[in-house]
Structures are given as C-alpha cells and as structure tokens.
Design a protein around this ligand. Structure first.
Ligand SMILES: Nc1nc2c(ncn2[C@@H]2O[C@H](COP(=O)(O)OP(=O)(O)OP(=O)(O)O)[C@@H](O)[C@H]2O)c(=O)[nH]1
Ligand SMILES: [Mg+2]
Ligand SMILES: [Zn+2]
Length: 364
C-alpha cells in the first residue's frame, strides 16, 4: 500500500522475544502477525511488514469476550488471517507485556489507554495549570501498567530560562532522578534531545491533559520522510485538533509513539492501585483506623489523621491523597460517556458479525 514500508521488519514495529514466546505458547505459530496501530470509533487498523489493513475480530472472540481487555487495543500484537489485500481477521491477541489502563466505574470494567508501551511520557505544558502533583498521578497510572515514566515539559518558549531551571530543580527535588526533557514546538528547543531519547523498536505514549501539545510534538517527531500509518493529509492542521482516537506512529529512527486523547477525556484518577502504591504509607496506617470504611477526613479513631497531627505523616502527602481520592470518585460517577462508548462498540460488533456472515466465514 505505501511504498515507504517495504523495509520494515517486525522488530521495527516493536516485536521481540517476549511476544514470540507468547505466540508459541498460544499456538499462533501458523498465523501471520500484525500490530494494532489505530482504533477509531472502535474499528481497527493493523500493520505488519507487508502493509496496513483494516481488521475485524472473529465471531469466537466476540463470543468469548467478557470485558474490554479481551478485545484488541492500540499496541497489541495480533495473529491474523488475510481476507484480501486490504482486510484481515484478527484471530487472537498475543500476551501483553504492559497495559496502561483506567479502571472504569464500580464493576470490573477497564478502559485501555495503550498496550505494550515501554515508556510513558508524563507531559505538562509549563504555562497554565502546571502542577507537580499531576506528574505523580501519571506516574501512578504508568506504574500500575508496568511501564517506566519520563517527563516532558512542553511549551518552554513561554517561560524564561530561569523559570525553567527552577521547575527542573523542583522536579528533581520531588521525584529524584526521573528523566526530564524540556521542549518547545515553537522554537524547536529540546526536540533533538527527545529524538535521541526515544529508541528504535521501543514504544512510547504521552500522558497529559488536553492542549499540552502531545499531537504537535508527535507531528514534529514524525517530520519528513517518516512512515505514516495513516493518511495524515486528510487531517490537516491536526495539531490544532483535540485528539479523539488512539493511533500509533512510526518514526524515522524506528521508534514508535502512540498519540491518545488528553487525560481529561480519558480520566486519570482511576489507577487506584497505582495511587495506593504511591501513598502506601497512608493505606498502611488506614488498617489501624477504627472504622473499616474510614474516609480519613473526620472520623473518630482515624489513625491517618492522628499521624498527620503528630507529624508522622507529611501534611502535603495527605492533602494530595485526599484530592486524588476525590477525583477518582468523580470519574467513577461520570458513566455517561462510557455508556455511549459501549453502545458504539455494540454497533461495531454487530457490523463485524454481518461482515463475517457475508464473507462466508464460519465464526467457529
Ligand atoms: N507556545 C506553545 N504552544 C504549543 C507548543 N506545542 C503545542 N502548542 C499549542 O498547543 C495547542 C494544543 O496542542 P495539541 O498538540 O493539540 O495538544 P494535545 O495535547 O494533543 O491535545 P489533545 O489532543 O486535546 O489531548 C496547539 O494550539 C498547539 O499549537 C509549544 O511548544 N509552545
Ligand atoms: Mg492531541
Ligand atoms: Zn481513617
């Protein structure tokens, strides 16, 4: 399909030993492989050294799927059967190395941000809304998914060198030796550092609020001559548009970056496990609270409050913890968007089933 692609190997697309072992283990040895590179309104595109295809899942997978993680998502390696030069059937998902996800409301439901990511960049713009605590939340989401974090401070053209230096010192004070890359897509500051940082065959994603410049940065990284996974010209001025789908881009140096919607849309306070990790001290103390459902805000016999009082627990950590809990609860209440997504997904599944019937393929 696109001539640029003929030199790509599976390794260039991020494949490696871990996935090969999983493939053998799952009995997918006889199938061709591809990586899921886009998911728009819940239809898939997959890519392999031969090209890029529209993809659907089998009737069996639809039948067996119990929850969202049972379906493919951007970053997944899948076993495929080619229907024709443009369409494939996804026969199964290879075991995942990492999974960045949010826990959606109450039940066991999970929403997937990206799969098989090696490094998650926690991105903030240095102007409005900049907040150290937010980095902590992104780290929690990444850690929860088994993914390493690094920081991108974008829009550094908007502040002075002194302000930037002091921000970096604050970050190092708070988070130790985390990697920090300061960038601007206006004057191209730091873009070379970022290009050097991202490594061939590794997959990256950007976690950040809407408008911090994630898509603009990726456009800069793609640059000239990079391999496009999709028709970018159809989306002119892409950087100025809020991203709604997830999509994977292959850069000149054979590294891979996933663009995804801003975290406000994604909701971010749901990585409850990761947050608990960071505030392990608080959860530890909470075991000694008088009431099992203690909110640690006003209850008599609250061990956490006692620890704040005595200075045993850092007051800022405590406030941070409360803020995060509050936000998590807010997202859990906001189920309307999720229901709409589920509805669209149902429609997609129905369409895919009809397509399968038409193609005369048994959905075993
Ligand atoms: N001053 C300045 N503006 C920037 C920079 N990078 C991006 N912008 C602007 O910030 C705005 C938002 O950029 P996007 O790339 O769309 O942001 P995003 O993070 O992808 O947003 P969502 O897709 O909504 O999550 C655009 O108007 C960009 O031109 C930068 O380095 N400096
Ligand atoms: Mg975007
Ligand atoms: Zn308590």
């Amino acid at each position: 399909m696109d001539n640029d692609n003929h030199k790509l190997t599976l390794e260039d697309l991020g494949y490696g030993e871990f996935f090969e072992a999983g493939r053998q283990h799952c009995g997918f040895g006889g199938f061709a492989l591809a990586r899921v590179v886009a998911e728009h309104k819940l239809s898939y595109r997959v890519k392999n050294p031969k090209g890029e295809y529209a993809a659907k899942i089998t009737g069996k997978q639809m039948f067996d799927a119990k929850s969202r993680p049972d379906y493919p998502a951007v970053g997944d390696w899948v076993a495929i059967t080619e229907l024709n030069g443009e369409q494939v059937i996804i026969e199964g998902i290879l075991p995942r190395k990492t999974m960045i996800k949010r826990k959606a409301s109450g039940k066991n439901e999970i929403q997937i941000i990206a799969i098989n990511i090696d490094v998650a960049f926690a991105v903030q713009a240095v102007d409005a809304d900049y907040n150290l605590n937010r980095f902590e939340r992104y780290f929690a989401i990444a850690r929860d998914g088994g993914v390493k974090s690094a920081i991108i401070l974008n829009k550094v053209d908007l502040i002075s060198k002194e302000e930037l230096d002091s921000k970096i010192i604050q970050i190092k004070d708070r988070f130790g030796d985390i990697d920090v890359i300061a960038t601007s897509t206006i004057n191209d500051a730091g873009l070379d550092d970022l290009k050097k940082y991202i490594t061939a065959g590794k997959t990256y994603c950007l976690l950040g609020s809407s408008g911090v410049g994630k898509s603009t940065l990726i456009n800069k990284l793609i640059g000239k001559g990079a391999i496009k996974t999709n028709d970018i010209s159809a989306r002119t001025e892409r950087g100025r548009h809020t991203t709604t789908g997830r999509e994977m881009y292959f850069l000149q140096n054979n590294s891979i970056v996933v663009d995804n919607p801003g975290m406000r849309e994604v909701g971010m306070a749901d990585a409850a496990g990761g947050i608990d990790d960071i505030f392990g001290q608080i959860t530890g103390l909470a075991k000694a609270c008088k009431y099992g459902d203690c909110t640690h805000t006003q209850e008599p016999g609250c061990r956490v409050l006692a620890a704040v009082e005595s200075g045993e627990l850092d007051g800022e950590k405590y406030r941070n913890y409360l803020g995060l809990k509050k936000e998590a609860e807010f997202y859990e209440m906001n189920a309307v968007e999720k229901r709409e997504k589920d509805r669209q997904f149902g429609k997609f599944i129905k369409g895919a089933k009809e397509q399968l019937k038409k193609s005369g393929r048994r959905s075993y």
